[in-house]
Ligand binder design. Structure first.
Ligand code: OXD
Ligand code: MN
Length: 598
């Protein structure tokens, strides 16, 4: 081969490179497979970000928003067929199919690699390959974990810079530790027929092809921080959960932290940034945001669970975000925000359904807005923004040791049956309550919206291994020396016969959280039922709330017949996992069934 041909074939390299042999070798082998024109090692600097943004503005990937109203902010329009997570194309590739469980799509690691590598072959020709070292969690935290994402998408780089601690500091930690999660991503041709998101938990590896959408492409988020991390967490004795973390400061100045799991697009961001109702604010209540989507928890030396938010930003759902639902989010996204698939006003401000100001003139596809052709913003339109811009962001989100959790909350989107709130009797019952979670599907994933499905602990799309083993792992925390938080279930989405929500939600949810924390401290009353402890109307602080008696009655009622049917269906669901389902959970199910009676 003559020297000239060699020069053409060799990609130009910019950035620091690495002293870590295993990382350098992997990057080299990926480059040999994907054949990029250039390789850039990301350092996370402002200058690097500015150059990437300028490149994306020039090629139309990003559209500059109104500099006066939204400084430093951008609109990205994705391919119209690439707007959400693709659960049917998401695989967990373990040596044994049973290790992935009936809750995951499975392929053998050999088949998974073969299928993905065929797609990756030559896919970066003419493109730049970016190497993104990142850290999930505060960079000095022992709970934090690092990864490296290789991608050909500058949009992914810009989003990863917001969502993770990305760049030079992460690379130093990786070089110090030697180990890291490997994520390989290419947008490919954005062809839905050539799109797969595959996980190889036994190799701590992710391969994602054919999508630029956040949950499929920002590999630190769902792929690493949930699917791969849940596998690592099981091996190492911790929990990686689809939970927000918030702190509630009472008038005495004490802050208690709650971790709460809700399925995608069920209000986690709103709850994490809650603004207390006026009466509470006057008394001095405050809410602090630690995280809005993912929580890594591990036992501390005192036996309590300590949690960190592995993310550094919010990838929130824009539609429905308003001055009523989430004023803190609106304040957060006023500047330095990447919006994806929102509409535009005449003066280039971002617009989405539910926003109380402005009028759309351009829809999310870039067409003139015409309400007869659908919403201005895609229902799963998103904003990506640094958590540090959130007015309620807690300085404790940066604590390397995490925050102690006083209560765990599970919640689904349930139009009927499920009361506003109830408390599990103990940890085992709480694990059953989490396993029993059901919710209506939302636009966060492709497929039909509004269909009821089981979504245990809001982890159906994200648990990287067999749910039966996952429940066993949860149960294993109940051991001598642990001081576990109580577990609760909430439902903000109960509807009346007229189809309207019965509970006002949003800031008023603090009333329910106050009861939860009072229960955790042994201060609040409740009635015992077969499904757990329910508050009576008098046990909740309803001062200043305009809620009619009939609505309240429905919200706090335990419907025995309805729950019998629910537990029959839950029993059938647990049976789907066969002998692997822990006996303790089946026994707990049996206990509730006999308490419900026939
Ligand atoms: C998310 C999701 O983006 O759950 O957080 O889909
Ligand atoms: Mn989520």
């Amino acid at each position: 081969m003559n020297a000239q041909v060699q020069d053409v074939a060799k990609p130009a390299v910019t950035g620091s490179g690495t002293s870590l042999r295993s990382l350098a070798d992997w990057v080299e082998s990926v480059a040999a497979l994907t054949r990029p024109a250039a390789i850039h090692w990301c350092d996370g600097s402002d200058a690097e970000n500015a150059a990437l943004i300028a490149k994306m503005e020039a090629d139309g990937t990003l559209i500059r928003l109104n500099e006066e109203t939204n400084p430093g902010s951008w609109l990205h329009r994705s391919h119209p067929d690439d707007v959400a997570r693709v659960e049917h194309l998401t695989f967990v590739c373990t040596s044994e199919q049973d290790d992935a469980g009936p809750n995951n799509h499975w392929m053998s690691p050999a088949d998974g690699h073969a299928q993905m590598d065929a797609l990756f072959e030559g896919c970066m020709e003419g493109r730049t390959m970016y190497v993104i070292p990142y850290c999930m969690g505060p960079i000095e935290s022992k709970i934090a974990r690092c990864g490296v994402e290789i991608t050909d998408s500058p949009y992914v780089v810009a989003n990863m810079r917001i969502m993770t601690r990305m760049g030079a500091a992460a690379l130093s930690r990786i070089e110090r530790e030697g180990g890291f999660v490997r994520g390989l991503h290419s947008t490919g041709e954005l062809d839905p027929n050539r799109r797969f998101i595959m996980h190889f938990p036994e190799e701590l590896t992710i391969k994602s092809y054919g999508s630029g959408y956040g949950g499929n492409a920002l590999l630190g988020k769902k792929c690493h921080a949930l699917r791969i991390a849940s596998h690592q967490a099981r091996q190492e004795g911790w929990l990686a959960e689809h939970m927000l973390i918030l702190g509630i400061e009472n008038p005495q100045g004490e802050t208690h932290y709650i971790a709460a799991a809700f399925p995608s697009a069920c209000g986690k961001t709103n709850l994490a940034m809650l603004i207390p109702p006026e009466g509470y604010r006057e008394k001095g209540w405050k809410v602090w945001t630690i995280g809005d989507d993912i929580c890594w928890m591990r036992p501390g030396p005192d036996g309590r669970l300590y949690a960190i938010n592995p993310e550094a930003g919010f990838f929130g759902v824009a539609p429905g975000t308003s001055a009523k639902s989430n004023p803190n989010a609106l304040a957060t996204i006023r500047k330095n925000t990447i919006f994806t698939n929102v509409g535009l006003t005449a003066d280039n401000q971002p617009w989405w359904e539910g926003l109380d100001e402005g009028q759309p003139v351009i829809d999310w596809r870039g067409n003139d807005y015409d309400c007869s052709r659908g919403p201005a913003a895609h229902p799963n339109a998103r904003f990506t923004v640094s958590a540090k811009q959130c007015p309620s962001y807690s300085e404790h989100a940066e604590d390397p040791t995490g925050v102690p959790i006083s209560a765990i909350v599970f919640g689904g989107r349930r139009a009927s049956l499920v009361p506003l709130v109830f408390e599990a009797r103990d940890w085992t019952h709480g694990v059953l309550v989490g396993a029993a979670m059901g919710s209506e599907t939302t636009a966060a994933a492709t497929g039909q919206v509004g269909v009821m499905r089981r979504d245990p602990m809001a982890m159906k799309p994200f648990c990287g291994y067999n749910f039966a083993d996952y429940f066993a792992h949860w149960l294993s925390f109940d051991r001598p020396g642990m001081k576990l938080p109580p577990i609760f279930h909430v439902n903000w989405f109960r509807k009346g016969a007229d189809g309207r929500f019965l509970w006002p939600g949003f800031g008023e949810n603090l009333r329910v959280l106050e009861w939860i924390l009072d229960r955790a401290e042994g201060r609040a009353g409740a009635v015992e039922t077969p499904i757990g402890h329910l508050p009576r109307a008098d046990d909740l602080n309803l001062d200043g709330l305009d809620l009619d008696g009939a609505a309240l009655q429905t919200l706090l009622t335990f419907d025995r017949d309805g729950w019998r049917a629910e537990f029959d269906s839950l029993g059938a669901y647990l049976d789907e996992f066969g002998a692997r389902m822990p006996q303790a959970l089946k026994d707990e199910h049996g206990r509730v069934v006999s308490a419900l009676g026939r």
